[in-house]
Write a protein that binds this ligand. Structure first.
Ligand code: CP
Length: 316
């Protein structure tokens, strides 16, 4: 029974969750009284467009009220360490903050990205884990240091909607970006596709291999064009180096997704979680093509969040 949603593997059955998402999409208000008199607290330590709005929309569909707070500029700066003399900039301890939020809300959703400066600390998921420890209500991950499971569930729903094959070829390809980005989307997409009946390949330049504990037995190749051959879905995403943690190792455009490269595929659908930097990650032509599913993915974020929120509320 799912009591909280921290990674895509918390779903008891991905396929069932995808089908529930598709059912909710057909009739979003079918369970509009599930959340009567319930409140979802949404705490953001980082910016968001899709996660914030789609999760609020999902809550509206279920009759759940939302409270949204940006910790970067609205709340007191939180102290997470125990035993510190709080004489610095951090005004409130997580012990009180999490306990207080738990009195106002029935579920709390948290976005807290990786610092990308300290791998060990990022992998400890300090913010998310501290709320789990000190809050007395269920926690939903709205993108943490290492995982973005709401995105992965929306991507699974989108793949199901557009797949025409028994066993599609799905390629996750690294793409360029001027800033160091976290691994969360790549990690959760990988974990999600590993649960599907799919031929899954990850392509990345040398030095950009994802955490091997996550990629597991999935083939990870260094030749992007070879990976794209015969693909049915191409998911582009940048992430910084994992082995040289947080570093950008190259700034050239060789791995940018172009229409020429997409011609190597089986008229593949193009996917990206957004936001995307045009003509850096993928060209205008790729993004403007009818094969681009980025807007549909963003739409499915609502139904992914709705499946998760409904399940947690029903599990009490
Ligand atoms: N894809 C995604 O999580 O978008 P936001 O960062 O805008 O929420």
């Amino acid at each position: 029974m799912m009591k909280q949603f921290l990674t895509i593997n918390d779903l008891p059955d991905l396929n069932q969750a995808v089908n529930q998402g598709l059912e909710l999409k057909k009739d979003p208000y079918k369970f509009e009284s599930v959340g009567t008199h319930k409140t979802l607290g949404m705490l953001f330590f980082n910016p968001s467009l899709r996660t914030r709005l789609s999760t609020q929309k999902a809550a509206q569909h279920l009759g759940v009220k939302t409270m949204v707070m940006n910790f970067s500029n609205e709340a007191w700066a939180l102290e997470f360490e125990d035993g510190t003399e709080m004489s610095g900039l951090r005004s409130e301890h997580i012990r009180e903050a999490a306990a207080v939020v738990s009195q106002y809300c029935d579920v709390v959703a948290i976005r807290a990205f990786a610092s990308l400066s300290d791998k060990e600390k990022d992998e400890q998921e300090l913010v998310l884990k501290s709320f789990i420890k000190y809050a007395s209500i269920p926690v939903i991950n709205m993108e943490s240091a290492t995982a973005h499971p709401l995105q992965a569930l929306a991507d699974a729903i989108t793949i199901k909607e557009f797949n025409t094959k028994k066993r599609p070829k799905i390629v996750l390809t690294w793409a360029p970006h001027p800033k160091a980005l976290p691994h969360a989307v790549g990690n959760s997409f990988s974990r999600m596709v590993q649960l599907l009946d799919a031929d899954f390949v990850i392509a990345q330049p040398k030095g950009y291999e994802l955490n091997p504990e996550i990629t597991g037995n999935t083939p990870c190749v260094y030749d992007q064009k070879e990976a794209l051959e015969g693909a049915d879905f191409v998911y582009a995403k940048n992430w910084c180096s994992y082995s040289q943690y947080g570093k950008i190792l190259r700034t050239d455009k060789e791995w940018m997704l172009t229409q020429e490269k997409m011609k190597l595929t089986q008229q593949a659908k193009f996917m990206h979680c957004l936001p995307i930097r045009r003509n850096i990650v993928a060209t205008d032509e790729v993004l403007n093509s009818p094969n681009a599913l980025v807007i549909q993915q963003a739409n499915n974020r609502t139904f992914a969040a709705q499946v998760v929120l409904k399940t947690i509320l029903e599990n009490g």
